[in-house]
Ligand binder design. Structure first.
Ligand code: ATP
Length: 213
């Protein structure tokens, strides 16, 4: 019997945008996963700066953007742990939770290809879950062949086989934050309930301000 598949989608989601929801849904369908668990991070070990919006605001915006969509689930697992979050620890925790008949898939955008070799215990991560790399607008087509000398043929082969041709949606949280700080329109980038939440809470009014607590 083939194993059940569950997708984990981690990131800062500062804020969650329509690119996130569109590509994740498309990837999960291509993978044949039964659900996507969204895992907001406290802080990216590689980004080196704090999210602009606090944990609670980011979690609430995610709830508004993905709530009501069947097969989408929100987890505060990484937010409850001390920063920074390491993906391998998260994957292991969910693997224990779901048990051995579930194959954990972890979604990455193509912009992560370049820094993947810097991730904590990357060899173990490649081995212990299925890292699925999605296409991303403005990024090169994902390709790991240059990393064969570092990770070996088998690992690179596994990464290559799990590249997913997702739709190119040219949205980033950075661009959203810039537009919000400039008072520009973000109507095509965010879920309407997220826009309303940001307005009500006065988030992202300036590019420097950090609401992080
Ligand atoms: P920022 O601009 O602040 O770096 P971001 O838009 O890249 O944010 P993250 O929360 O860092 O959003 O992204 C979480 C994950 O989603 C990452 O793996 C990222 O590569 C991926 N991702 C984000 N936006 C897209 C998109 N438009 N298409 C494909 N993947 C995306």
């Amino acid at each position: 019997m083939s194993k059940r598949k569950i997708v984990l989608f981690g990131g800062t989601f500062d804020p969650i945008h329509l690119g996130h929801t569109a590509v994740a849904a498309d990837a999960a369908e291509q993978i044949g996963a039964e659900k996507i668990v969204w895992v907001p991070a406290k802080r990216s070990p590689l980004k080196g700066f704090m999210p602009k919006a606090g944990d609670d605001d980011r979690l609430k915006m995610m709830g508004l953007a993905i709530g009501g969509q069947k097969n989408f689930e929100l987890s505060d697992y990484e937010l409850r742990r001390p920063a920074p979050s390491y993906t391998l620890e998260t994957v292991r925790w969910f693997q224990t939770k779901y048990g051995g008949d579930v194959l954990i898939h972890w979604l990455l955008g193509a912009d992560s290809v370049e820094d993947l070799s810097l991730w904590h215990e990357i060899n173990a991560l490649i081995d212990e879950c299925t890292l699925c790399t999605m296409y991303r607008a403005g990024c090169k087509k994902p390709d790991f062949t240059a990393f064969e000398a570092v990770w070996g043929h088998q690992r690179v082969n596994k990464l290559q086989q799990n590249i997913i041709r997702t739709p190119l949606i040219d949205i980033s949280s950075t661009e959203v934050r810039k537009r919000l700080a400039a008072g520009a329109d973000v109507g095509k980038m965010l879920h309407p309930a997220v826009i309303e939440y940001i307005r009500r809470r006065g988030l992202y009014r300036s590019e420097e301000e950090s609401g992080y607590v």
